[in-house]
Ligand binder design. Structure first.
Ligand SMILES: Nc1ncnc2c1ncn2[C@@H]1O[C@H](COP(=O)(O)OP(=O)(O)OP(=O)(O)O)[C@@H](O)[C@H]1O
Length: 721
């Protein structure tokens, strides 16, 4: 087969009576030694690259990953996703792979015998037999060999791709269901790098799974068959001895080898850091250029690179020392053992068999037997080597399995409303507290009703369970444009995260229109991949826009309102595809977001500092147009000195919802001078305390009044201290 396998030939001169024969054998021997070295070297390289990959699987949460019952449970869960049924494409591919593997083993056996015949023909100068074997028979057999070898690669690759497709589709389905992608990175914090899990780790898992089948099944079949054939030829104990030698030397090497896997993990981390220093320069090139920070950045980049060089030099030194032991133990001692076992029946008639070392056998027969038997021995050694590697692969595979299974578990949990979060405790001395939220903990109620937003005793609680406001109550009807203000971190945006179902509702009742009637316009608008039209109608498609009556002319009217019609000419028209986040300026992005708001025309719009980069006149036009379209505004202001903007806010808002950052809030009509005056309630100590599940409705708010929605004016204090 692919490798011409023959062990080094160094047989006593008693058995060879011609110097030419000796030189033929010597060349063959040297060539064979070279091939064995190549093979062992290849395997070693594979081990190194396996170690490199293994670090990627390292679970950040320091869980011990191994082939244990947890691994079996996880694989039991993942396999039905990869192979959904016996009639599936994946099952057919597995059967095909099994057949190809059997054919490949049969060809290996055939080749060992064939090689013996060819060597015999050469040694006995039998030209006719040589041509019949080496030209005719080999010329015929090379086709099936070639087809089988490539079918093996094709089937394994096809299987890996099929597994990856199943897993990726499943994961994408779960991840992009509702707003799971938000919750998984903002509310639940079990998974740190969902992007890597969804792309790289699923791919690695699929690839490993497809290889594992062939990497375990084939060596086992090979070991049994070649050990049998070899036992027949050079004695039953010979293959057992050879297998035991590999096992013991492998274990010994493992015990004395430095932790190269760990070193590779560190190297990859250092490479990542180095790449990051460069990507930061690209991302912040403008700021760095303005500051003239080139020299400073050079120090950082060179410092990061020097760390890699120091680390890699250390690895090279250790690898050199380890390589010497490795070569002696695995290559050279194994070759000596093989010499001894193969030649023993020739030198010691006690061990002679029908297939090696018979006393009446002529040198050409001995040569043929030696060549065939060494073929068997090489195949056996390779099978053992592959099995040892497969054992190591299994640990690596357990790593990928754990990561993919954990991703799927968390996706499933989050989709069912179960969250887990490890966080730093502020109230106790414990460093990290792991808390989980189950659907039973979410006692809040959501009522869907058009034209109104009511918060009734709703606690504003962060995912870390810090209580920002203990019970928030207010009512905003259509047309009641409302300004939301308060210091940084008081919970202005959090209020809308609860309104938008991004954060869990622990208690109280929220009455609101359906999701499609609420629209959020952030300070830094999201610009999608796609055409310029896509930016205005996001997340609708062109066809959905058409069905809503928005052709390009109608969309142009929206652009005119926000003074952006020039972009159509400047940036290549509606169908131009560009990296819009780079092409548009900050103010243009905000105006695109406003055009998007006018396109969707919701009942309520949450404007989260979305006009900070827009000139005052255009800002005014945008507010007025929103009101003309009947959109009720919730404007969040993060600006520190609100009084500076009072006139502009007063013009477009009639109501004020103000937080003091200590757990108090007030909701009332906005009046002139309001924004310059301090908050209506005296500040107590911070009321930010941990929310304990089930305590949401235990009222201990003693200072303020309850929100009074009837009078459309309310204020409240929730100072629970
Ligand atoms: N995903 C999150 N997980 C945990 N805590 C969060 C999360 N997002 C926000 N917080 C915390 O919730 C608090 C309120 O945040 P929020 O974004 O509502 O503030 P804000 O009032 O909008 O402030 P600013 O004016 O600075 O934007 C902050 O202390 C913040 O650190």
């Amino acid at each position: 087969m692919g490798q011409v396998m023959s062990l080094p030939t160094e047989i006593s001169s008693k058995t060879l009576n011609s110097s030419k024969k000796r030189s033929v054998l010597l060349v063959g021997g040297v060539f064979a030694v070279y091939l064995i070295k190549q093979y062992v070297e290849q395997e070693r390289k594979k081990q190194v690259s396996h170690a490199a990959n293994a670090q990627e699987t390292k679970n950040r949460r320091q869980k011990r990953i191994g082939v244990d019952s947890r691994f079996l449970t996880q694989i039991k869960k993942l396999l039905p996703i990869c192979i959904p049924g016996i009639a599936s494409k994946e099952a057919t591919l597995l059967v095909t792979l099994a057949m190809v593997l059997i054919a490949r083993t049969w060809l290996d056996i055939w080749f060992s015998g064939f090689n013996g015949h060819v060597v015999k023909a050469i040694v006995s100068r039998d030209r006719k037999t040589f041509i019949a074997r080496a030209v005719v028979e080999f010329g015929f057999m090379m086709w099936p060999m070639s087809v089988i070898n490539n079918s093996l690669k094709l089937t394994i690759s096809a299987l890996a791709l099929a597994f990856r497709t199943r897993l990726t589709r499943y994961a994408n389905e779960q991840y992009l269901k509702d707003i799971t992608f938000y919750k998984i990175s903002n509310i639940d914090n079990r998974i740190q790098n969902a992007d890597q899990l969804l792309t790289q780790d699923i791919d690695k898992f699929a690839e490993n799974l497809s290889h594992l089948y062939s990497d375990i099944a084939k060596p086992i079949v090979d070991m049994v068959l070649f050990a049998y054939k070899l036992g027949e030829a050079i004695g039953r104990e010979a293959p057992i001895f050879m297998i035991a030698y590999f096992m013991v030397s492998g274990a010994l090497l493992r015990a004395i080898s430095p932790p190269f896997g760990k070193f590779t993990a560190i190297e990859q981390k250092l490479e990542g850091d180095f790449r990051f220093t460069h990507s930061r320069i690209i991302t912040h090139s403008e700021e760095i250029a303005f500051y003239g920070g080139g020299e400073r950045e050079k120090t950082v980049v060179n410092g990061s690179f020097d760390k890699i060089v120091r680390h890699v030099k250390k690895i090279y030194r250790l690898r050199f020392a380890n390589g010497i032991f490795d070569s002696v133990l695995v290559k050279y001692c194994a070759t000596m053992t093989a010499y001894y076992l193969l030649a023993r029946p020739v030198f010691d008639p006690k061990y002679a068999t029908e297939f090696m070392g018979k006393l009446d056998a002529d040198p050409t027969k001995i040569m043929e037997d030696y060549s065939r038997n060494s073929g068997y021995l090489v195949n056996l050694s390779q099978a053992v080597g592959r099995l040892i590697l497969a054992g190591r692969d299994l640990t690596r595979f357990a790593g990928y399995t754990s990561r993919v299974a954990e991703l799927f578990d968390v996706l499933e949990d989050v989709n069912k409303g179960r969250y887990e979060r490890t966080m730093i405790s502020k109230d106790s001395n414990e460093a990290n507290i792991s808390q989980s939220v189950t659907p039973n903990d979410l006692k809040g109620k959501i009522i869907t009703e058009d034209g109104v937003i009511i918060f009734d005793k709703v606690p504003i609680v962060t995912p870390n369970k810090d209580v920002l406001v203990k019970e928030l109550s207010f009512k905003v009807e259509k047309g009641m444009n409302c300004l939301i203000s308060g210091p940084n971190g008081c919970g202005k945006s959090s209020l809308f995260r609860i309104l938008g179902d991004l954060w869990p509702l622990f208690d109280g009742t929220v009455t609101k229109p359906p999701a499609s009637a609420l629209f959020y316009v952030p300070q830094k608008p999201y610009l999608a991949l796609g055409t310029f039209r896509d930016q205005i109608i996001y997340p609708d498609t062109k066809n959905q826009a058409r069905s809503k009556g928005f052709n390009d002319d109608k969309l142009l009217e929206l652009l005119k309102v926000v003074h952006l019609e020039y972009l159509i000419v400047r940036d290549g028209g509606w169908d131009a595809v560009q990296d819009w986040a780079d092409v548009l300026s900050g103010g243009e992005k905000q105006r695109v977001a406003m055009a998007r708001l006018f396109y969707h025309r919701p009942q309520f719009a949450i404007l989260d500092e979305c006009t900070s980069a827009v000139s005052v006149d255009v800002e005014g036009i945008m507010y007025t147009h929103a009101q003309t379209l009947g959109i009720t505004l919730f404007t969040v202001s993060h600006r520190h000195s609100l009084c500076k903007y009072e006139q502009s806010f007063l013009k477009y808002h009639e109501w004020l919802l103000r937080f003091d950052g200590e757990g108090h809030y007030e909701f009332r009509k906005l009046e002139e001078g309001d924004l310059a005056t301090p908050f209506a309630f005296s500040h107590g100590k911070s009321s930010k305390k941990k929310f304990e599940i089930g305590q949401g409705d235990e009222g201990d708010d003693d200072e303020g009044e309850e929100a009074d929605n009837e009078k459309n004016s309310s204020s409240s204090s929730n100072n629970s201290d």
